[in-house]
Design a binder for this molecule. Sequence first.
Ligand SMILES: [Zn+2]
Length: 397
Amino acid sequence: MNFRKGLELSNIRIDEKELLQVVQDLVRIESVNPELAGTGSGEYLVAGHIGNYLAKMGLDVRYQEIKPKRVNVIGVLKGRDEGKSLMLNGHTDTVGITRMDIEPLNPVFRDGKVYGRGSFDMKGGLGAMIIAVKSIVDAGVKLKGDVILAFVADEEYLSVGTEVLVREYPADAAILCEPTNLKICIAHKGFAWIKVEVFGKAAHGSRPDRGIDAIVKAGKYLARIEELGKDVLIQKKHPLLGSPSIHASLIKGGTELSTYPDYCLIELERRFIPGESVKTIEAEIQTLIDDLSSQDEQFKAKCEVSFSRPPLEVARDHEIVSALTRAYSKTMNQAPDFIGVGGWMDSAILAEAGIPSVIIGPAGEGFHAATEYVDFESVITLTKILADTIIDFCGVS
Ligand SMILES: [Zn+2]
């Protein structure tokens, strides 16, 4: 590949060679999420590397230690006055590196692709975040508003990194650089994990007159869950996200073959769309229990939402979407595609903390798979788009 020395973008030049170097260096540093994979270094090594880089760029650098070896690193490029602040957010942790078809920590660059664990999800995006800001600094452009570069821990597991981040770092908007194939993602679904406990009565297997079979009763509930998904949830539609859904994930019950089971635990997952809430979901599953109880006096159950994360939706005419759209159109000479995705991302935590968020990231393959690569040309494009968006949104003084 012939590197272009510096592409004109306003007066911003993107150093493609340095960008490649940054992405490769990030892939080289193992940052497997130990709580997800069972073993791994966590984020402290890669956070230290990024922190040093940002400090050399002249940013104010701070670390947030979430727990031992689990670290967020944040670099702030201070603006001159009271312009709008923009956060760029990306996670530094990766999934595990065993059983891969490539060398996970050797960032081979071949046919325009950078291979390696985390190259696509999401060290390519991290490289674009860093070089977008470095290009602005190097060009001597003085921004009005602050740019906050946030490299967070633990997205692949419980998203503790972004939760800790938003307690201390507000912003007027955020861009998450998870891979989207350069499409602009303005919505994603939320999810709720639901526990349903069904109660029966233990008795010897020969005594149907005494026993109440909690597993059979749970079966009645599961049949209702199927109907809820097929008949009710399918009717709800979001223009970008389609319909919400529910499925049974885990079931536990029974003690031995010759005994009526007195207890059955079902755990369900409900994926939900903007406009729905944990409250409405709880009411919906409680209604199924009430309904079954009114038809069968032996049916006894209780339910609760044990964990949930909200969906995301940002208006298409929100300032951050408009700024990103202008930058995209300028770089690509065409209008962007707007998408919604089913999977959940940290952007919903940002939005919940009052930071409207949008997602754009590079192209590639191999999310959590045996071969992973990022398309480097798309990382270059992303860098340009980010730099232009920062200048547009934060303003130049
Ligand atoms: Zn990711």
